[in-house]
Write a protein that binds this ligand. Structure first.
Ligand code: 13P
Length: 242
């Protein structure tokens, strides 16, 4: 049985005053969380979040360097993230693939850096609208998975299926569309123990659509963007698990 995981990705939002989100979330939850919870604030808040988060919230970064160390101004290594207490790191988000030209090979290198220091990489992938309309979603996602996965991928990586057309658009994949891709990804996973692999869905997840998505057999959680900024919405999504 895979334990559900709900992750919040704050993207380019959040300053120190927003650390009060932690208390607000705790007070909004209707019951003890029945899932793992990961919060990925911007890099400037990681250390404070690690210090202030209750033990049922793990902290993750939104990116890491593909390099371990060296002359790479502005980069943050996976080891640095582990050093301050992060446990997860998102790699290959479509916004980084688009804005920073990150290829599957770069994403794979980042995921390998993460695993090497004991961080769990959350490897993102997903098709564009043109690719979906051309009937190529399965093929594109499968190819991204195979090219972005570390060679020694075991089930301690997490995959996030985030169709690009559903991110920040308010247009969610239907539960059936998401389940279809998750099933394709699980079947294509060449790491050990594919039944234990957790595959999250991301793209306009909100309190009113979370339960239907999370009921699907191959959807093991959600990577939540906009709705994670609001503790009321994020708590409602967490409460919709199981
Ligand atoms: P939204 O939930 O805002 O669509 O963002 C999804 C996402 O990109 C999470 O990584």
């Amino acid at each position: 049985m895979r334990r559900a995981l709900i992750a919040g990705n704050w993207k380019l939002h959040g300053q120190r005053q927003d650390l009060q989100w932690l208390e607000a979330l705790s007070s909004q939850l209707g019951k003890p969380p029945a899932c793992d919870i990961v919060l990925c604030p911007p890099a400037t808040l990681l250390s404070d979040m690690v210090g202030q988060a209750p033990d049922w919230i793990a902290v993750g970064a939104q990116d890491c360097s593909r390099h371990g160390s060296g002359a790479h101004t502005g980069e943050i290594s996976a080891a640095m993230l582990a050093d301050i207490g992060c446990r997860y790191v998102i790699v290959g988000h479509s916004e980084r693939r688009a804005d920073h030209g990150e290829t599957d090979a770069v994403v794979k290198a980042k995921a390998e850096q993460a695993l090497a220091v004991g961080l769990t990489p959350i490897i993102c992938l997903g098709e564009s609208l043109q690719e979906r309309d051309a009937g190529r979603a399965d093929e594109v996602c499968q190819a991204q998975l195979l090219a972005s996965l570390p060679d020694a991928a075991a089930s301690d990586v997490i995959i996030a299926y985030e169709p690009i057309w559903a991110i920040g658009t308010g247009r969610t994949a239907s539960a059936e569309q998401a389940q279809d891709i998750h099933q394709v990804l699980r079947a294509a996973f060449r790491g050990q123990n594919r039944d234990a692999l957790r595959i999250l869905y991301g793209g306009s997840v909100k309190p009113d659509n979370a339960a239907a998505l999370l009921r699907q057999p191959d959807i093991d959680g959600a990577l939540v963007g906009g709705a994670s900024l609001d503790p009321v919405s994020f708590a409602a999504i967490i409460d919709s698990v199981g």
